[in-house]
Design a protein around this ligand. Structure first.
Ligand code: PMP
Length: 389
């Protein structure tokens, strides 16, 4: 029997055979011509995936937290004021990172777990605040709440505040239009909808973010994250010239270039639509099985993941049964509700059959946990949603 499990957590995700093959290629020098070409092409493709033709991409070895660290280290000077739009665990993390670089942080907090702060409340904070920057977690992976980045970014522009978006759980899955929406810096990591094993921090800085960096008086407080060093490296590779600051993650970069090519072959609009369609089908199954979700309303829900509450009488021991049925999903993360819910990632190369397999495995887990429901109710709802489109 095949013992391969389907990985349906919110990152790392399933990767394509072509991406995994690139990971296994014999490693070359980081100044070999074929590597320089791949790095240069990946930088060009990042601009297209982030929908930010005027942006400057940075690709550095590290996880998503390094991308957050890079944003804070290069944009914040001691004493700057920052507003964190907080929809969960990763908003708290961004606040901590900003404070580490000397920012005074104010939080615009969601009124409840699963909710997002109202635009009026964020506007009230911006009005009185003189904030140098605001951060938004596009999809908070702890709550599956999707923030209204378009509306929030417009407010940031209106109040002359740099808009920084943590898109770790959104970029290349959730609709995000960096340039059109006025986002000054967007960041992600390789292991989610970008479709590459963990290990790359990805940042695209728009012109206003780069200006703020160039105008800073204080030196950047991080050695490794400093754009003073990385900017010339990125510019050199894009001009197809070798360069060096820290050794690039050669195989990960090859894999990134392959994956970005696949993403652009699908097309960003088609990709956003596929994520919406599969998310709708999965969420229909969750509802049909009698489970609520952490986000308080459909308009605040991500399309890259779903966070269902366990039904009454069922706890996280059910997840082991889901795994027995061949699918790995994730437990809760938000400290206030950790034991009460679970998380299913559906991003990247995910297909309709992955959704149906996952719903089937969840039904198996629920049945093993003694929960009473109509067998196939989830599958039927998901299939009906898939066939409607
Ligand atoms: N932000 C969000 C929204 C995330 O989901 C994550 C990772 N789950 C991070 C930041 C941090 O990324 P990493 O774990 O790769 O450091």
């Amino acid at each position: 029997m095949k013992d391969r499990k389907l990985l349906m957590i919110p990152g790392p995700i399933e990767f394509t055979p072509e991406v995994l093959r690139a990971m296994g290629m014999p490693t070359t020098s980081h100044v070999a011509p074929n590597f320089i070409e791949a790095f240069g092409q990946a930088l060009e493709r990042l601009r297209q995936v982030f929908l930010c033709p005027s942006g400057q991409p940075f690709v550095v070895a590290g996880s998503g937290s390094l991308a957050m660290d890079m944003a804070a280290a290069n944009l914040v000077e001691p004493g700057d004021k920052a507003l964190v739009v907080n929809t969960g665990y990763f908003g708290d993390r961004f606040g901590d990172i900003l404070e580490r670089y000397g920012a005074t942080v104010t939080y615009a907090r969601a009124p409840a777990v699963g909710d997002a702060p109202a635009l009026e409340d964020v506007e009230a904070a911006l009005k009185g605040g003189a904030y140098k920057l605001m951060t938004i977690t596009h999809v908070d992976t702890s709550t599956a709440v999707c923030a209204d980045v378009k509306g929030l970014a417009a407010l940031g522009r209106q109040y002359d505040t740099l808009v920084v978006v943590d898109g770790v759980c959104s970029v290349a899955g959730e609709e995000m239009r960096q340039e059109k929406w006025g986002i000054d810096l967007a960041l992600t990591a390789s292991q989610k909808a970008i479709g590459v094993p963990p290990g790359l921090a990805l940042v695209v800085a728009g012109p206003r973010a780069l200006d703020a960096f160039h105008e800073r008086k204080a030196p950047v407080g991080s050695y490794y994250a400093d754009w003073t060093q990385w900017l010339p490296v990125m510019e050199a590779y894009e001009a197809r010239k070798p360069s060096y600051y820290g050794t690039p993650a050669v195989n990960l970069l090859w894999a990134l270039n392959v994956s970005l090519g696949q993403i652009l072959d699908e097309g960003m609009e088609a990709r956003f639509a596929r994520h919406r369609r599969l998310s709708d089908a999965f969420k229909a199954a969750v509802a049909a099985l009698g489970m609520g979700q952490v986000p308080v309303s459909a308009d605040k829900t991500a399309t890259t993941l779903t966070a269902p509450y366990f039904p009454a009488g069922v706890d996280r021991s059910m997840l082991a049964h889901v795994k027995e049925a061949g699918v790995i999903v994730a437990g809760g993360l938000h400290p206030a509700i950790k034991a009460k819910y679970f998380r299913v990632g559906h991003m990247g190369v995910v297909s309709a059959s992955d959704i149906l397999a996952t719903v089937g495995a969840i039904e198996y887990g629920l049945a093993q946990a003694g929960y009473e429901f109509e067998p196939g109710a989830g599958l039927s709802a998901a299939q009906a949603a898939l066939l409607r489109r």
